[in-house]
Design a protein around this ligand. Structure first.
Ligand SMILES: [Zn+2]
Length: 417
């Protein structure tokens, strides 16, 4: 797989394409894109068969190692790729370390190892063990092993250690990659650590850019510890460090970021030159029973940025989640029915909400690509900014009712304070 820039401007905002994929000469995937976030090999609440009703376009599944560690031994006996193993033969795959929708525990660092928090507890991965699993999973793209355990509050000592570890871990993985026959054509993404310290980022970049010919893309790592709180990260806090990192990455390489970034921040990050995100944001919305209803067209109009279907006001609402949406959930079911399913804790409720949210989020990325093409990205940003900001004001001014607030609190359940 290779990355090509399609727009005359090399930096941002830009259109690109991933193509020259092994065994799939006709498949081309356009960027900016969102990887399909999975847990245990499946999009949360949506099976691969059901997803075929959401989109027929070729997709790249984000496979967090943390949720696939239990298949490690089985995969050593399995000849196929990880996409085949999980029953999604038409999809491509991208192996990442942590699950962006769950908060990653901090600390527990041991020399030359990275802690992965699986359901069975802590597992320490060193570069050899990690590359063994990469070779047995045979993903189409993967991130090198890194220490991204930094955030806005990290001390300088932790940041320096994260950079030192990331340089050492990534280099060891890359040495193994160069010798690997199985991974000859696999797309390699190199993480850049360094928290919010530009000097630390520079040090990490300088060390890892020495091998840039072997690398296909970069990951701006170490900005957060994943989980729902990423939705509320203020863009101005991350702007400087993302801008600096991207400025120092070779322009012909793919630039990716992981996490539950809200659509407004996605737009701002695209304008800095980020090419690849993921759909973990749809999962955290669905867990709080919220459906995205923001409008992407000026004339479309929108009642709000998102609606919480748990609210009793939807009990007798027989309209669809969004009248202009063509997804399966909006075509067949009403808000009132989904509210009823939520009330009786029927599992179909999150399935229908997730179908709508993923459909809407992928449509949003398609709209971003169209707007880059037509040079109208700032108009889209204004439109979404107005809707997102009025939604945030509603939350901050306490105008959300108790049911909606409960949805937010439930969602923050796995965050440790
Ligand atoms: Zn829909």
């Amino acid at each position: 797989m290779k990355f090509f820039i399609r727009t005359p401007q090399q930096r941002a905002p830009r259109l690109g394409v991933l193509k020259d994929i092994d065994n799939r000469p006709n498949v081309e995937i356009e960027t900016p894109l969102a990887l399909l976030h999975t847990q245990g090999g499946h999009i949360p609440h949506v099976t691969h068969e059901v997803f075929k009703l959401v989109s027929k376009d070729p997709q790249i599944l984000q496979i967090p190692l943390v949720s696939m560690h239990c298949f490690r031994e089985t995969m050593t006996y399995y000849d196929g790729t990880i996409s085949e193993f999980i029953g999604s033969t038409n999809s491509l795959s991208c192996l990442t370390l942590h699950d962006p929708s769950n908060l990653t525990k901090q600390g527990h660092h041991i020399r030359n190892k990275v802690p992965i928090w699986t359901k069975q507890g802590k597992v320490l991965y060193d570069p050899e063990m990690y590359m063994d699993i990469v070779e047995s999973f045979k993903p189409d793209m993967y991130c090198l092993l890194s220490d991204g355990d930094t955030n806005m509050t990290s001390a300088q000592k932790r940041i320096s250690k994260a950079v030192e570890n990331t340089i050492s871990l990534s280099r060891q993985c890359l040495e193994r990659h160069k010798k690997s026959v199985q991974l000859k054509n696999t797309f390699v993404i190199c993480p850049i650590a360094g928290g919010y310290c530009l000097n630390a980022r520079e040090k990490c970049l300088k060390a890892l850019l020495a091998d840039q010919d072997e690398l296909n893309g970069f990951l701006v790592d170490g900005l957060h510890n994943n989980g729902p709180e990423v939705e509320f990260l203020p863009f101005e806090e991350v702007r400087g460090v993302v801008e600096f990192t991207i400025k120092n990455i070779p322009p012909d390489k793919l630039c990716s970021m992981q996490g539950c970034w809200n659509p407004l921040n996605v737009l701002k990050l695209v304008q800095l030159g980020v090419d690849m995100f993921d759909t973990s944001y749809c999962r955290i919305l669905t867990e709080r029973s919220a459906a995205l209803t923001f409008s992407m067209e000026e004339e479309e109009g929108s009642e709000s940025y998102e609606i919480n279907l748990r609210q009793s006001k939807y009990a007798y609402d027989f309209t669809s989640i969004m009248s202009s949406c063509q997804c399966l959930a909006c075509a067949k079911y009403s808000r009132g029915y989904i509210h009823h399913l939520l009330t009786v804790q029927e599992l179909l409720a999150p399935v229908l909400i997730m179908i709508h949210n993923i459909h809407h989020y992928l449509k949003f990325f398609k709209k971003i690509r169209e707007c880059i093409e037509n040079d109208t990205l700032s108009e889209l940003e204004h439109l979404i900014s107005d809707q997102y900001k009025s939604h945030q004001e509603k939350i901050l001014s306490g105008k959300v009712d108790e049911e909606e607030l409960q949805g937010f609190l439930n969602n923050m359940g796995d965050i440790e304070f």
